[in-house]
Design a protein around this ligand. Structure first.
Ligand code: NAP
Length: 244
């Protein structure tokens, strides 16, 4: 369903981003896999995508760095001609109570999670405007909707991403560019390793289990596809009912 389209996915070396890259390739999209430190894992995702008959390439880029994002978008545009889908998924957490949180812990999380999405959209903006088509999907979190003790930095970055999503959606709607956000709850990845097999966590989730990266990927594929053309500025929770 995404045949002939190209997708740029940040944080695609592991976890949710890797699952999104796999899913979009499975749907026929060419993929630009952006990683920060895990080159080998990114290259493995590229190799896997190529077996599905699509073009795939890996790019190192720290999304917190404005110039690196500019260079990555430029290179991707040269390599693929253009791209229609941008998935802002790269993210980190540095959880602790505000009492212990250092200024750098706040800045690092905001710089990667929120400014990273700004940087990538900023450098793709003209292209999306010119081609009068685009699908931007930002991976936020239920923490950005509900707040969470121990996550003042993370929740602020994810709430900011929701504001960013709705504002970009309003700015670019006239150019037929949709911008939506996905707000996962607990998903089984490296980020939530500490929460695995902890009944006190799953007991708080109405569906009584954590989500799988593939489940987030299916929703991202839906938002990247033409079938969702009339959805923009939306934040879709995918959390087993956690934030209901
Ligand atoms: P993960 O397994 O820890 O993977 C994080 C990914 O982000 C990796 O590919 C990593 O690249 C990349 N990354 C980190 N810092 C980066 C930087 N400065 N520049 C570029 N890439 C960077 O995390 P995940 O659980 O899949 O999370 C993916 C997204 O979903 C995040 O935005 C997270 O906040 C959000 N989310 C996750 C959950 C959850 O329960 N897991 C819930 C809600 C929202 P390298 O591998 O190269 O380091």
């Amino acid at each position: 369903m995404l045949n002939g389209k190209t997708a740029v996915i940040t944080g695609a070396s592991r976890g949710i981003g890797a699952a999104i890259a796999r899913k979009l390739a499975e749907c026929g999209a060419n993929i630009a896999v952006i990683y920060n430190g895990n080159k080998e894992k990114a290259i493995a995702i590229v190799a896997e995508a190529e077996t599905k008959g699509v073009k795939a390439m890996a790019y190192q880029c720290n999304v917190a760095n404005f110039e690196e994002c500019s260079a990555a978008i430029k290179k991707i545009t040269e390599d693929f001609g253009k791209f229609e889908i941008l998935i802002n998924n790269a993210g980190i957490n540095k959880d602790m109570l505000m009492l212990q949180m250092k200024e750098a812990d706040f800045d690092d999380v905001l710089d990667i999670n929120l400014k990273g999405a700004f940087n990538m959209i900023k450098h793709s903006y003209r292209q999306f405007m010119k081609q009068r088509y685009g699908k931007i999907v930002n991976i936020t979190s239920v923490a950005g909707i509900m707040g969470n003790a121990g996550q003042t930095n993370y929740a602020a970055s994810k709430a900011g991403m929701i504001g960013l999503t709705k504002s970009v959606a309003k700015e670019l709607a006239g150019r037929n560019v949709c911008c939506n956000a996905i707000a996962p709850g607990f998903v089984e990845t490296d980020m939530t390793e500490a929460f695995l097999n902890r009944p006190e966590i799953t007991d708080t989730i109405p569906l009584k289990r954590m989500g799988r990266p593939e489940e987030i990927a299916s929703l991202a594929a839906f938002l990247a596809d033409n079938v969702s053309d009339y959805i923009t500025g939306e934040v879709i929770r995918i959390d087993g009912g956690l934030a209901m």
